[in-house]
Design a protein around this ligand. Structure first.
Ligand code: ZN
Length: 222
């Protein structure tokens, strides 16, 4: 898999809101169009080409065929999924919490890319709350359609990375086309923000694809 995948603190000083992160990224991107979403745990997918610059759509996945566009998802335990076409500039960024996964947003986003003529697709699944920490009620495990792990104390734990991966596979990606960065946001306070650990005031982890992403602070080579 080609590309740069790394983890850096770039949201210090922002409030983690879509508007705040958008402003930070626009400042760092030297004028490239940046797209952040007002994420609502839905299966709504939008195309960046249909949006005005600076518009913040209520959606949880965004697709663009313009390589100058920078697509961003904000997470704090939910799963960020980035996908791109091998044979063209089409790309997508997905915010997938348990509700989004239950509504199959990851699979639907890949199918939406295919409906735009996209052939071979690769995807990266990023840091999220891991099965080590993601204790859920039975209804969440049922909605996800995954087999939960049962702890000795009778608690249920589910693996959101595997739920996302299974949807990518259902949409036709094979295992070699999928990269999983299985880092738990809840376990790692030094690197990640976590809703489960920090509550409603948690900051946000951001995942970006496209544009001049390499201009972000800390990503420059040398
Ligand atoms: Zn953990």
């Amino acid at each position: 898999m080609t590309g740069v995948f790394c983890t850096k603190e770039v949201t210090a000083g922002t409030d983690g809101s879509a508007r705040g992160v958008l402003g930070m990224l626009e400042g760092a991107m030297g004028g490239s169009p940046v797209f952040c979403m007002d994420q609502i745990h839905s299966d709504i997918i939008v195309c960046a080409e249909d949006l005005a610059q600076g518009e913040i759509p209520r959606a949880d996945a965004i697709i663009s065929g313009n390589p100058d566009h920078l697509l961003c998802v904000r997470t704090a335990d939910c799963v960020p999924v980035l996908a791109w076409s091998v044979d063209g500039p089409l790309m997508a960024a997905v915010h997938a919490g348990w509700r989004g996964l239950a509504s199959r947003i990851v699979e639907k986003t890949i199918l939406a890319m295919r409906s735009r003529g996209c052939g071979e697709i690769r995807a990266a699944i990023g840091p999220a709350i891991g099965p080590c920490c993601y204790e859920v009620k039975p209804d969440v495990a049922n909605a996800l359609g995954v087999e939960p792990e049962l702890s000795g104390g009778g608690s249920l734990y589910v693996n959101l990375w595997e739920a996302a991966r299974s949807q990518l596979e259902a949409a036709g990606l094979d295992g070699g086309a999928i990269g999983v960065r299985a880092l738990c946001t809840s376990c790692d306070p030094g690197r990640f923000n976590s809703f489960r650990r920090q509550g409603a005031n948690a900051g946000r982890n951001i995942s970006v694809i496209g544009g001049k992403a390499w201009l972000l602070p800390g990503l420059q080579a040398g």
